[in-house]
Design a protein around this ligand. Structure first.
Ligand SMILES: Nc1ncnc2c1ncn2[C@@H]1O[C@H](COP(=O)(O)OP(=O)(O)OP(=O)(O)O)[C@@H](O)[C@H]1O
Length: 594
């Protein structure tokens, strides 16, 4: 589908603005062309006086034939026309620019809203910087197009038609001569446009790549510095930027050729009018007034066509951008949000995995035949080698991903039938890579909810974060920098934990939530969690076995399958891989604790 068609469908609520903007543009062009016609009429009045076209055909009915009155009439008409031109100029600018502003605002918000709803796997195959460039540059380009480009296209088109009409009325043979270059010009413009389309698509892609590179590097500055890789990265940015320059150069090469080609065609039309029209006038076959109108109008007809180059350029750039933005907006959301609404308070917390099979690549399952039942209120631990699939299990529960086979149930209902946001609202999730925003400590703990200061402080207390928060310059009101970079890893983790606890969710998912804190702090957190976890279903993932040893049940995962399950003591008694891991971590021999 053509990008304009996609835009038209998208902007259905703005169709009135499109129509009104177009009407004002057309009227404005009409008023803009009229002065040239009036010049011809003025010449005609001066030359033919009482026998002028105006006197004969229009004013004689009203008894106005004197040259002076004709000129006064013409002057009044002139004022009206200029007034009309100024008014429609104001109106078309107002319409188009307001439309551009409102549409870019809506589109940016819609696109962002849509991007937020896309599944995580969508982002894994794309570069953030590229998405940023769609949300910023491409939408801005669409704004520029509507600001000026749409009006220009309409006016170039209108002036061609209007001037051609005047030509045919005045002198059809000259009209033919003068208009002869137009098909050539239009053909040339379309030909160039076709050449430009893929080039501008490549330019936008290259711009996205530069953005992606810059974005990635700015996030990884500490690593770049620690590897003294500044030069290496500069080279990589240079490569991306050079590619952008080169693709743009390709487009410029084509674009720059348009104006000269069009100019030559215009020259042919103008010369023909001048010579042939002059010849007819000298031989009395064409009135002087008509001749002067034709000469002026040839300019007016053909000259705007040189703008075709810029218009075609902007059009193609904009189409490439609109296409990218529209495609983003039309990307299907593969995990739908819709489903049965429910309140977190109504959730008991029974979780069941039955025969679940899942792989990020469906051909390569990393979880297979997973059957697991977690009764409401229990605390369950997941341990196992790195890459065994522990995090993937909780991500399935959050419906970040969809299993290829089997079912996940919450309180006996397939989670696919539940409203996605309601499901997530009843889960407190602390991920391995905590995301903190550039706000205060309190704002970060109360992320996404309205909470009183007392509740925030209590959550911080439970996450054993109060001591370090009090030592910050403004305590709970200290700003922690982008991604919380002014805090240590362990401090960040405790804020993330406090944030999950503040929600008081019926289900808690803690994925290595305390991996970065020292043993003493962890022990303190464990004590709080033992209280918090009462009445909640809690899943704890940890490499440090001391984190999960008090869980009601511990599952050992290997290559996406549960190979051992039981309490800490039962697993030690089994003397399997859990017991071996315990020995490795503690140096203790495999004896059960009595
Ligand atoms: N987004 C992803 N796309 C493709 N493969 C992935 C993705 N996330 C994880 N994997 C792969 O899936 C497997 C399981 O990963 P998962 O994160 O579930 O392991 P884990 O047991 O939690 O590991 P760790 O203890 O290191 O956190 C790994 O082989 C990993 O490489």
């Amino acid at each position: 589908m053509h990008p304009l068609r996609k835009l038209y469908d998208y902007a259905s609520q703005y169709r009135r603005d499109f129509v009104m903007g177009s009407i004002y543009s057309v009227l404005n062009k009409f008023f803009d062309i009229m002065p040239e016609v009036l010049i011809g009429v003025a010449v005609d009045i001066v030359v033919n006086q009482e026998k002028s076209f105006l006197a004969r055909e229009i004013l004689s009915d009203y008894g106005i034939t004197s040259t002076w009155h004709q000129l006064l009439f013409l002057a009044a008409l002139n004022v009206l026309i200029w007034g009309g031109e100024s008014l429609t100029e104001y109106l078309h600018h107002l319409r188009w620019r307001n439309l551009a502003q409102r549409l870019q605002h809506d589109m940016r918000l819609d696109a962002y809203d849509h991007v937020q709803r896309l599944t995580l796997s969508y982002f894994e195959n794309r570069k953030t910087g590229n998405l940023m460039s769609i949300l910023n540059d491409d939408i801005n380009q669409m704004e520029r197009f509507l600001n000026t480009g749409a009006n220009e296209i309409i006016q170039v088109f209108c002036s061609s038609i209007m001037v051609s009409a005047v030509f045919f009325v005045l002198q059809p043979t000259i009209a033919l001569v003068a208009l002869l270059p137009i098909p050539l010009i239009l053909f040339g413009a379309f030909w160039f446009q076709k050449k430009l389309a893929p080039r501008y698509a490549a330019v936008r892609e290259a711009a996205g790549n530069v953005n992606a590179k810059l974005n990635n590097n700015l996030l990884g500055l500490a690593t770049i510095k620690s590897f003294a890789a500044e030069k290496f990265e500069l080279e990589r940015v240079r490569e991306a930027s050079e590619h952008y320059r080169a693709t743009n150069a390709e487009a410029i090469k084509v674009n720059s050729a348009i104006t000269p080609v069009i100019r030559m065609a215009i020259l042919a039309g103008f010369t023909a009018t001048l010579v042939y029209g002059g010849y007819l006038t000298i031989h009395g076959e064409l009135a002087i007034g008509a001749f002067s109108v034709l000469v002026y109008l040839t300019q007016r007809l053909l000259w705007p066509l040189t703008r075709l180059a810029d218009v075609a350029d902007m059009y193609q750039r904009s189409m490439a951008s609109i296409d990218r933005a529209m495609n983003l907006l039309r990307t299907p959301i593969s995990i739908p949000y819709e489903g049965r609404h429910f309140s977190p308070d109504s959730v008991k917390g029974d979780i069941e995995f039955s025969d679940v099979r899942f792989g990020y690549d469906p051909e390569l399952p990393i979880i297979d035949k997973l059957n697991l039942s977690i009764p409401a209120g229990q605390t369950v631990g997941f341990v196992g080698a790195t890459g065994a699939g522990k995090s993937s299990v909780v991500k399935l529960l959050l419906r970040f991903y969809q299993p290829q086979q089997g079912e996940l149930k919450l309180d006996g209902e397939n989670i696919q039938n539940l409203n996605l946001q309601d499901l997530r609202r009843c889960i407190g999730y602390v991920s391995q890579d905590t995301f903190l925003t550039d706000g205060t400590v309190a704002e970060n703990i109360a992320y996404g909810i309205n909470a009183e200061r007392k509740a925030i402080e209590l959550a911080a207390e439970l996450a054993n974060a109060t001591d370090f928060i009090r030592e910050l310059p403004q305590g709970f009101d200290t700003r922690i920098g982008e991604r919380g970079q002014k805090l240590s890893g362990g401090q960040r983790q405790r804020l993330a934990l406090a944030r999950a606890l503040l929600k008081q969710p019926p289900i808690l998912l803690l994925d290595e939530a305390t991996s970065a804190v020292d043993n003493e702090t962890e022990a303190a957190i464990q004590k709080s969690l033992a209280i918090v976890a009462k009445g909640r279903t809690t899943i704890v993932i940890a490499h440090r076995l001391s984190t999960v040893r008090h869980a009601d049940c511990i599952h050992v995962l290997e290559k996406g399958r549960i190979v051992e399950s039981g309490s800490h003591d039962e697993l030690l008694a089994k003397d399997g891989s859990y017991a071996a891991l315990w020995r490795l971590q503690t140096g203790e021999v495999a004896i059960t604790e009595e």
